[in-house]
Write a protein that binds this ligand. Sequence first.
Ligand code: ZN
Length: 192
Amino acid sequence: MVVTHEHPDHCADVSALGRARAYGLPDEPRIPLHCTPGTVRRLEAMEPRPHPTTIFDVSDLGPPREVGPFRMTTFLLPHHVPNYGIRLSAPGLTVAYTGDSGPSPILAELARDADLLIADATLQGPSPDETPRLVSTAGEAGYWAERGGARRLLLTHFWPGSDREISVTEAREEFRGEVLAAEEGAHLRLAG
Ligand SMILES: [Zn+2]
């Protein structure tokens, strides 16, 4: 399991999973969890007993590593708290995910020739005139996907109530590949 940063919309469910695991399957091995130190502190604050590190085999998200069949590399991206974009590569397949991120040239490196880029598209409309920028518009997600040469773009992290079709339309103005909007429960075939 990989958690890009400590905000509750990205890690609150991990606490619930930990409870279910600790009391429902107490003899199972710890679940590998790659995350930031702030994420562990949040999990600990939500439920200190049993401590999250007794349920999860925690490792810091920064350094590159092998994860199952994948090589995982990380990219520190602009957000309110430390947030790592992650890139998972196996022979013939690369998937990249921004977590939450403002626009940044680093996103093009994260997305470089990826088969699928999953990208923060919190906002709609023109880019806000403010600095620092800590989340992206759908158009910016499309722009950096195009710059990185990604093949497909999956928009996610929509503002509550946003019409996702508008986000898709705006991303398509910047990105020539296929654009999809994340939906709860959706499954996506990555290869073969
Ligand atoms: Zn966030």
